[in-house]
Write a protein that binds this ligand. Structure first.
Ligand code: ATP
Ligand code: MG
Length: 395
């Protein structure tokens, strides 16, 4: 009877109105308590596990029911050691993009959600976590299209640069051939013929070098990865560079891992990484001419992984190599382009812009990563390699 009476009140109508607004929201919103139990949710939330309006999910564990997981989601705000009260008081928020397959879709497709979480205090004084899941797949799609466009544009630039690089030797070939065609062989003064042949040879060599580089870069040679002791590889590359140049180089080692640490790799390719890096340092040092000595710092340590990285990399140990030089630095305007193929600031000195692109590719083949940062005269490359199981463990 009391309920019938309540149904006729303005408060009841207002509540119904609010509930329908909550349900009509174009985002999934659900509230959970400290034990991950669903406290309330809107209708859109039911679509996440592909359920219908009939299903009652209140009181169920959110990660099991909505995400089909056996333990809480990787980045859940509740996994934080902070209490709910503190999350509420300090207004701590989590916002990230997650991928999720929506069950029941005829064509399985990954949906991207922006998931936001924060804490609220309910009317009864209980702290709850609000999760808002917004389908941002359209945004991701646009982003991918843009990336694709950028790739096409950069491919266009590469083709243009290669064509440009080939123009000079081709012009040289044409001119030399023209002068030779217009004259009788016997009319060449002694030595002139040999000189012309040498010019032809030089231009042909230049062209075949360009072709080799393109093949190197575009080819997908797969190497067998074997255990390689990394320190001697770096040492010998550095020594070779020191021997080959007139520059004053100081090498400073900070080797914070065992001497005999191994990575899975290919020695020739690994050498090429360090030779190219050190060569770049020397060239930058000679071009900038700012300091008296080129200092190259080599630091090796075991990378500390975050929880998320540990999951992603299957708990493998990683070697972090940091190589810093004081050769003049890379200006902020170009630093994001240094790994692009054919990007070079040394075109006048016959730089091809392949070095760092090649390094990037080799490191990817070794399942590692490389990053660059620069400040003032300093440039710092950070390289990560997975370490062979038994060597990392002994640390
Ligand atoms: N240690 C460094 N200090 C300053 N600038 C650098 C350094 N390493 C790379 N760069 C910049 O990055 C650009 C790209 O380097 P990359 O090795 O790919 O090509 P390159 O050295 O110009 O030509 P190549 O290696 O093919 O002879 C260089 O032209 C230079 O401007
Ligand atoms: Mg280079």
């Amino acid at each position: 009877m009391a309920y019938k009476k309540f149904k006729n009140t303005r408060l009841f109508t207002r509540l119904k109105e609010l509930k329908s607004i909550f349900n009509e929201l174009n985002v999934a919103v659900f509230l959970v308590d400290v034990n991950y139990r669903i406290y309330d949710h809107n209708e859109k939330t039911l679509g996440l596990p592909g359920l219908s309006l009939k299903d009652n999910i209140n009181g169920k564990i959110c990660y099991e029911l909505l995400f089909n997981l056996k333990s809480p989601c990787e980045h859940c705000i509740l996994k934080n050691d902070t209490s709910l009260e503190e999350i509420y008081r300090k207004k701590i928020r989590v916002s990230l993009i997650i991928e999720k397959e929506i069950p029941g879709n005829p064509i399985p497709e990954t949906t991207y959600f922006q998931k936001k979480q924060y804490a609220i205090r309910s009317f009864s004084g209980e702290y709850l976590i609000v999760s808002v899941m917004d389908d941002v797949s359209w945004m991701k799609k646009k982003e991918n299209e843009q990336k694709q466009n950028e790739k096409l544009i950069s491919l266009g630039t590469v083709v243009h640069t290669v064509a440009h690089d080939m123009q000079n030797p081709l012009l040289g070939l044409r001119l030399t051939l023209q002068t030779m065609r217009n004259r009788e062989l016997s009319s060449f003064p002694p030595g002139d013929f040999t000189e012309k042949i040498a010019l032809l040879e030089k231009d042909v060599n230049k062209l075949s070098k360009i072709v080799d580089e393109i093949k190197n870069v575009t080819g997908s040679k797969k190497f067998r990865l074997l255990p390689v002791r990394i320190k001697p590889v770096i040492e010998s590359s550095l020594e070779r560079i020191m021997r080959l140049t007139d520059s004053r180089i100081n090498a400073v080692w900070e080797w914070l891992v065992p001497e005999d640490i191994f990575v899975m790799g290919n020695t020739t390719n690994l050498e090429s990484i360090f030779m190219n890096l050190f060569k770049n340092s020397v060239e930058a040092f000679e071009d900038a001419g700012k300091v008296l000595f080129l200092n190259i710092w080599v630091e090796a340590r075991i990378k500390k992984l975050t929880l998320a990285e540990k999951n992603r990399f299957h708990n493998r140990n990683w070697l972090e190599l940091i190589i810093i030089d004081n050769a003049g630095g890379i200006p902020p305007a170009i630093i994001h382009r240094v790994f692009d193929p054919f990007f070079t600031t040394k075109r006048a000195k016959s730089g091809t812009g392949i070095g760092l692109f090649h390094i990037h590719k080799i490191i990817e083949d070794h399942e590692g990563s490389i990053d660059v940062e620069s400040k003032g005269d300093y440039t710092r490359f950070t390289i990560n390699f997975p370490i062979m199981e038994n060597t990392g463990e002994t640390l």
